[in-house]
Design a protein around this ligand. Structure first.
Ligand code: AMP
Length: 278
């Protein structure tokens, strides 16, 4: 194994600090594990931008609500380590929950702007505070030059980019396009929850978004196109299908700027999200 695994902040900083002293840049790829090609693409893109890549593996309890899937979230550290090594990552940081949140931990990052756009935050009210808090900690812990985030989680990417800038965290957040299965389904650790039947149905979200994007390009209003897309998802319980400004997630009436179509919908017990550009 050339992939080194560390579990404490001191060990992590020892390695990344050593790189810095040697004049090497580094990129961090925060993940919750159960890694797939999407995550590995973030690692490879990190290595296009920096000399060294660190993946972090932490299933962050603070971003799960009490009724969500924290306890059944898929976990496979050995499998993840093998995949990271094959993608060329140099370091895996896999802290225990008590390393991240020691007793008396009492601080949460408070957000507005993209975090209150009325998309994921409408259905998962504490989610972005949990993400922002752990990402701030990970950035401060690793002290890397770059952080790779997927466009798959488009609102999250906006939140993290805004937060790093607002809090003067000396790291550059770089976006990575969504990696998809052959049929178009966005890769996600949560796809593992889908039954075979649900897996074949799951691609409908991407298809609905693609059709809505085509309709908007052909003159249909964003609102009419996304309403039709939501109605087409008959196998799902739809949380939202919306067209927003790609730049700041503001609501839009017309197609006179780059848009992002974003969707979240439940297929059985699995909540899927996706988004595409218009
Ligand atoms: P997660 O482990 O699901 O929290 O995701 C960790 C990182 O991987 C986040 O920056 C995600 O946006 C990114 N990611 C997850 N799935 C994909 C995908 N299909 N394509 C690109 N990036 C992804």
């Amino acid at each position: 194994m050339t992939l080194q695994i560390v579990r404490t902040i001191a060990e992590l900083r020892d390695v990344t600090g050593g790189w810095r002293k040697a004049g090497l840049t580094s990129a961090v790829v925060p993940t919750m594990g159960a890694l797939h090609e999407g995550h590995l693409t973030l690692v490879r893109q990190g290595l296009q931008n920096a000399d060294r890549a660190v993946a972090t593996l932490f299933v962050n309890p603070k971003q799960f609500a009490a009724n969500e899937d924290l306890s059944r979230y898929p976990r496979d550290e050995a499998g993840d380590a093998a995949k990271l090594e094959s993608a060329g990552a140099h370091l895996l940081y896999a802290p225990a929950p008590e390393v991240m949140y020691p007793p008396n931990f009492a601080t949460t990052v408070s957000l507005s702007g993209p975090a209150t756009a009325g998309l994921e935050d409408r259905f998962r009210p504490d989610f972005f505070a949990g993400v922002a808090t752990v990402v701030t900690k990970l950035f401060n812990q690793c002290q890397c030059d770059f952080a790779m985030f997927g466009q798959k989680d488009y609102q999250q990417l906006q939140v993290v980019t805004r937060m790093a800038a607002d809090l003067d965290i000396p790291i550059k957040v770089l976006p990575v396009p969504t990696i998809r299965e052959a049929d178009g389904l966005a890769m996600s650790s949560r796809n593992a929850y889908l039954s075979a039947d649900e897996r074949t149905k799951a691609v409908a979200i991407y298809k609905a978004l693609t059709q809505a994007a085509d309709a908007i390009r052909n003159g249909t209003s964003p609102n009419a196109a996304t309403t039709k897309a939501a109605a087409s998802l008959t196998d799902f319980r739809v949380d939202y299908v919306e067209a927003r400004s790609a730049e700041n997630l503001a609501r839009v009436e017309t197609f006179d700027q780059p848009l992002r179509l974003l969707a979240a919908a439940w297929l059985g017990k699995t909540r899927l999200i996706d988004n595409i550009a218009v």
